[in-house]
Ligand binder design. Structure first.
Ligand code: C2E
Length: 815
């Protein structure tokens, strides 16, 4: 730090070989009132050492010394400290040497012989040198500052008060393209882009002219025309009078950041405006963003046990969308798929979905995103097209194309399961006549109605198609036996027992049918359809209203069945049916309390035919209704005849077929028979099987209720062979359980049978049901049953089924 010269207290270093001279100088200064702290050196080495060890206010140096000369001393001193005052105090010195000394940096030159100027010279040298030091330091600072400005990364320029450029730094030139030459005489208006809101400039000027610092973002234009965003600070420089002299502007190019922000907000706007569903999930797959369309669409997807509202529903559905595809997205980067969700109305929402896994720089999953487009409409349209291509427009049934496809599938399944598949070709017998006489519109309606009715009568898994014109095809699959096919055809036939009513006209419909069976009659859809068609033509050739198998052997069998069927038709007229009765004994009283009516066919050529040989055919052909009614009526009449002959008659048990039981009007028919024959209702018992009961439990319950109301009892036949649980029985109005003879036959030796019969008996009694055991063939069986608490027995041991006229003696039996 340069010291103040005016306090006259100085540290002086003397470069003097003559100590007396040095003392003379010091004395002089002290005499002038100065306080001197001094030292003396006479070699360069000592000079360097003293300068290094201490701060001096001034150096007074002789010019010529034996060991050292003044010029060198001055050089060394300047080298060590450029600011220390240096004055030569010497003997006479030429003018030239004096000028050279001043030029070399000495402040003054004093002649030893005349020291009158010494004190003021020292004072001035100290004051000047202090000033010079200040100036030098200021220069230094300025140099550093301008270096900083020059090297700054920010663009900096300085303008005068009028705004004209005075300085631009290299960063400014680099950013804008304008150097100092390009900016000379211009103002920063040179950079204006005209994209800037004018109010920004107004605000800028208002701020800086009020001597405040302006900070803001300007959109400027480079020399090459390119726009850039500049974050600006403009500082007004104010002089001591408080007047603005300059403006300093620092700016930073923030174009990238601004555009990135803008991109992001633009992207956000796009995400919110798009009709696609966009969802983003974190690295663990948890949904963290769902756009507006996503919220709207996915909030329609219901969530089990969640009633937290639409947002929760939407996020949950988005989660489902993402979760299912994470693994694939992770593996492939991008994964595309179609997904289906169900809305609250049960409608499918089809989405075409792209799921992407996004990785960070270290290749770890950063997040997942999915874009899903609702393609439900397209799907519906495709489905509609597909439906149109595969369905008949008029009836809505499958068309030929779909039929061939489905037949192919069914054949494949049949092959795997070792089942049969029947192709039934149906051609309406009278369609042309209807169409010609009643018109096409009625014809069309008829075809529609036929389709609907056929559909109701086939099994749910069977396939129904309109093949063309008045031709329909049924594919009946999962068949294990060809013998079931006539049953199917019979159902079709019965479906049209009632006419179809269109425009107040009853139209009777019948079909010619042809059947081909896979695998015997062909191993391709085409062959099977062709063969079924040709079989249909055969049936048409013999007058229609019938069916033919494609395979001749089947037709022979069918012929035989047909013959039997027509014989059965006539059997009623010819009174070939007879009833035999088998007695049932009450084990408590030993009396014959009941008989079972068993049907026999007294065939003119074949003799007495057992029911198992013809009852299935009666069922198949529907004749059972008529024959069953005959049995019921005959049994009632026979009992009345017995009563007339013997004064009393046992209760009679009549077997019902499944068809009779489920006909819906059984109770009315039974009531009519009882009314006509006048047999007391309690003398009639009806036998049904377990299977019939459980086929349709609800209608069984109402039929049984109606029978109970009539006073008729109901027995469950063959009990134990089906799946009927006793729990069912409890809830139905039943009276008797007939233990099947397969359990009786093992008695008394088979412990299992014993246990079963005992359990059935016990439980039946708990349910208030009587127990009758059938098929009792031995005394041991009878005694065992008695011991087990069975109420009644029936079987060959008592009597085989016998004609009515033999029943009198059989009924005389006691047990
Ligand atoms: N091995 C052996 N068999 C015995 C013994 N006791 C009786 N049976 C036979 O067992 C069958 C008992 O009739 P179901 O179980 O109702 O079985 C009947 C019944 O389901 C049905 N059926 C008979 N008549 C009619 C009828 O009028 N209508 C209906 N829907 N079905 C009938 O035909 C089936 C067979 O009748 P059937 O041949 O008369 O055969 C009768 C009877 O002759 C015995 O000790 N040992």
């Amino acid at each position: 730090m340069a010291r103040d010269a005016s306090d006259n207290s100085w540290k002086v270093l003397m470069l003097e070989d003559n100590e007396d001279d040095a003392l003379l100088i010091v004395n002089h200064l002290e005499n002038q009132g100065c306080e001197i702290n001094w030292d003396r050196v006479e070699t360069e080495k000592d000079l360097r050492q003293r300068m290094a060890n201490s701060d001096w206010d001034i150096i007074l140096s002789d010019h010529s010394m034996p060991l050292f000369d003044g010029a060198t001393a001055l050089r060394v001193v300047r080298e060590l400290d450029p600011d220390i005052p240096f004055v030569f105090v010497s003997g006479t010195l030429g003018e030239k040497a004096a000028v050279a000394a001043i030029k070399a940096g000495a402040q003054d030159f004093i002649i030893k012989n005349d020291l009158t100027r010494l004190t003021p010279a020292v004072e001035r040298a100290i004051a000047d040198q202090a000033l010079q030091k200040q100036h030098r330091l200021a220069q230094e600072v300025l140099r550093k500052l301008s270096q900083a400005v020059e090297q700054a990364a920010d663009s900096i320029f300085i303008t005068n008060r009028e705004g004209e450029f005075e300085y631009v730094n290299p960063a400014f030139e680099q950013l804008t393209g304008y150097g100092s030459a390009g900016t000379r005489g211009h103002t920063p208006a040179l950079l204006k882009s005209h994209d800037q809101d004018p109010s920004t400039y107004a605000e800028l000027w208002q701020t800086v002219l009020s001597k405040q610092v302006y900070r803001g973002t300007l959109i400027n234009r480079k020399q090459n025309g390119e726009l850039f965003f500049e974050e600006k600070t403009i500082t007004p420089l104010v002089n001591q009078q408080g007047q603005i002299t300059h403006f300093v502007s620092t700016g930073r190019d923030i174009t990238e950041r601004v555009l990135a922000d803008e991109d992001r907000s633009r992207l956000n706007a796009i995400l919110e405006a798009t009709t696609d569903v966009v969802a983003i999930a974190d690295a663990k797959g948890k949904v963290i963003y769902l756009n507006k369309s996503g919220h709207t669409l996915l909030s329609k997807v219901p969530v089990d046990h969640d009633d937290r509202g639409a947002t929760s529903r939407a996020l949950n559905a988005a989660q489902q969308l993402i979760l299912g595809a994470l693994a694939q997205a992770e593996k492939h980067g991008v994964w595309e798929r179609e997904s289906v969700l169900k809305d609250s109305a049960g409608q499918n929402i089809y989405l075409h979905q792209v799921v992407m896994a996004h990785r960070d720089q270290s290749e770890r999953i950063a997040y997942y995103s999915t874009i899903a487009r609702n393609i439900s409409e397209r799907k519906q349209f495709e489905a509609q097209l597909q439906h149109q291509a595969t369905h008949d427009l008029l009836t809505g049934l499958a068309n030929r194309v779909l039929l061939a496809e489905q037949l192919q599938t069914e054949m494949h399944r049949a092959r795997q399961l070792n089942h049969l598949t029947a192709v039934i070709f149906l051609d309406m017998d009278n369609f042309k006549r209807v169409n010609d006489s009643l018109g096409h519109s009625i014809g069309d309606q008829l075809l529609q109605q036929v389709g609907v009715r056929l559909g109701r009568y086939i099994r749910p898994n069977d396939i129904l198609a309109r093949y063309g014109g008045d031709e329909f095809v049924i594919i009946a699959s999962d068949l294990t036996d060809v013998d079931t096919i006539p049953g199917i055809l019979d159902k079709v036939k019965r479906a049209f027992d009632r006419p179809i009513r269109i425009a107040r006209q009853d139209i009777f419909v019948s079909f010619s049918a042809g059947v081909a069976v896979y695998p015997d009659d062909g191993d391709s859809a085409e062959t099977l359809l062709r063969n079924a068609d040709s079989a249909m033509y055969q049936s048409k050739a013999i007058g229609g209203h019938s069916f033919r198998f494609y395979a001749p052997a089947m037709n022979e069998r069918q012929q035989r069945l047909l013959a039997l069927e027509s014989e059965l038709h006539r059997a009623l007229e010819r009174r070939e049916f007879v009833l035999h009765y088998q007695p049932q004994a009450n084990l408590a009283t030993g009396e014959i309390s009941g008989v079972e009516a068993l049907l026999r066919w007294n065939h003119s050529k074949r003799g007495l035919v057992a029911p198992n040989d013809f009852i299935p055919l009666l069922e198949e052909t529907g004749l059972i209704d008529e024959v069953g009614l005959w049995v019921l009526r005959q049994a009632c009449q026979d009992m009345l005849q017995l009563k007339a002959e013997y004064g009393h008659a046992p209760r009679v048990s009549v077997n019902l077929s499944a068809r009779q039981f489920s006909s819906g009007c059984l109770a009315e028919k039974v009531a009519a028979v009882l009314r006509d024959t006048r047999l007391p209702a309690e003398q009639l018992e009806l036998e049904i099987t377990e299977q019939m009961l459980i086929n349709d439990l609800e209608s069984s319950r109402s039929t049984l209720g109606a029978l109970r109301d009539l006073g008729v009892t109901v027995a469950i036949d063959d009990f134990g062979t089906g799946y009927c649980s006793l729990a069912y029985l409890k809830r139905l109005p039943l009276h008797v359980l007939k233990i099947d003879r397969t359990f009786v036959s093992g008695l008394p030796g088979d412990l299992n049978d014993l246990a079963i019969v005992e359990a059935i008996t016990l439980l039946a009694h708990k349910l208030d049901l009587q127990v009758i055991a059938e098929g009792v063939e031995t005394a041991a069986q009878l005694e065992t049953l008695r011991a087990l608490g069975c109420d009644m027995v029936q079987g060959y041991y008592l009597s085989k089924p016998v004609p009515l006229d033999k029943l009198g003696s059989a009924a005389a039996l006691t047990v």
